[in-house]
Every structure is written in structure tokens, then in C-alpha cells.
Design a protein around this ligand. Structure first.
Ligand code: FES
Length: 61
């Protein structure tokens, strides 16, 4: 499934970028060697970053 249609960035690529340390959508674009265009995907990227943080927080408890 694509998260960013403008750049063809898939969900697994976003997750890989987050796992590699991306903490902002800008980091994800950089990891995917692309730039935001319409920016419609930014909210979904933020949600995925937040979900990842929540998962780590629960794992640490
Ligand atoms: S959908 Fe990602 S920049 Fe347009």
C-alpha cells in the first residue's frame, strides 16, 4: 500500500525509515530520497511515527 502517492513511497518503506530513526515526515522523505509535493501523506506519516512511539513505550513498560 502506498502512503505517498506523489513519490510512490510504500508503507513498508515508511516503517523502515521509522525503524532506522526517522522522527519527522521530513526524515522519511529524506530516507526515501524524495521531497514532499502535495503533503497529503504527512498526517499519515505522523500517525505512523506516533504509533511506533506508542509501541515502543508499551514495550518498555
Ligand atoms: S502524497 Fe506524499 S507528497 Fe503527495
Amino acid at each position: 500500500m502506498y502512503v505517498c502517492n506523489c513519490n510512490g513511497i510504500r508503507e513498508r518503506e515508511v516503517r523502515a525509515a521509522i525503524d532506522a530513526g526517522a522522527t519527522r515526515p521530513a526524515d522519511i522523505f529524506k530516507a526515501c530520497d524524495s521531497r514532499p509535493q502535495c503533503a497529503r501523506c504527512v498526517c499519515e506519516m505522523r500517525d505512523m511515527i506516533d504509533e511506533s512511539r506508542e509501541t515502543l513505550r508499551f514495550a518498555a513498560e
